[in-house]
Design a protein around this ligand. Structure first.
Ligand code: 6PG
Length: 236
């Protein structure tokens, strides 16, 4: 399923309502956040317009992936979330489970696997997130599973260590089996640079299965896009 919005702020409000409703339906909510730049606008709206209506203390925050950097590094997905969201809403500190990117990468990986294994409820023997937020790179990657390491998608491990194809930066990422074990999955995709891959994946064009984003369970996934990212879809 897909929904297109005039801009990322309207998209953010739509997601805010989803998060509000989900947080009212359960005593605690398990969410895995996406990183990169797209979530910034979403988190800004959530911080400004949902600070009071959502009980943020009920939400247990994880990340779908994290760069192996310290939390105050500009590259840190946790650091970005803290700046745009956590500094503006009343969360419960113990409910924030970040990747300890300051550790040696393999230690960061095993530490995060333990945090998830010990704190996220299981379904089918795998961690089961209520909400999985994903972004998509213009190369079709999602979380930190890139096309050149697409085999990581089918790992039996909860998380894997990946490397960015250009910078070689170490990343900790959820594996595809955990991503697809979520209750609801939302792709948050904005910008015209994503339009080609969005069209290829949603319309199953060409060799679309070479993109990790195409391996996300379409039956559980809602694509939330702005007009630019959905531009090619509307040209059908
Ligand atoms: C990350 C993300 C990654 C991101 C896409 C899109 O750590 O970078 O989790 O999967 O969602 O690369 O990034 P932008 O939102 O910056 O386009």
């Amino acid at each position: 399923m897909q929904k297109t919005f005039d801009n990322k702020y309207e998209l953010a409000r739509y997601f805010g309502e989803i998060l509000l409703k989900a947080s009212q339906q359960k005593p605690e909510l398990y969410i895995a956040l996406s990183g990169g730049s797209t979530p910034k606008a979403i988190f800004e709206v959530l911080a400004k317009e949902y600070a009071r209506s959502i009980d943020w203390t009920k939400i247990r925050f994880f990340w779908g992936d994290e760069r192996c950097v310290a939390p105050n590094d500009p590259e840190s997905n946790f650091g970005m979330t803290r700046e745009y969201l956590f500094d503006h809403v009343k969360t419960r500190g113990v409910n924030i489970f970040r990747v300890q990117g300051e550790l040696e990468p393999n230690n960061a990986l095993t530490n995060y696997i333990s945090q998830i294994d010990e704190n996220v409820p299981k379904l089918n023997g795998l961690p089961h997130f209520d909400i999985m937020l994903l972004g998509m790179g213009d190369d079709g990657h999602t979380a930190s599973i890139f096309p050149h390491q697409i085999e990581l998608w089918n790992s039996d491990a909860i998380c894997e260590l990946a490397q960015h194809p250009d910078s070689g930066q170490n990343r900790v990422t959820l594996s595809g089996n955990v991503i697809n074990n979520s209750q609801q999955i939302f792709f948050l995709v904005t910008g015209s640079n994503k339009a080609e891959k969005v069209d290829e994946i949603i319309n199953r064009k060409g060799n679309y299965k070479q993109y990790p984003a195409a391996l996300v369970d379409a039956g559980k996934t809602v694509w939330l896009m702005d007009k630019d990212a959905a531009n090619r879809l509307t040209q059908q």
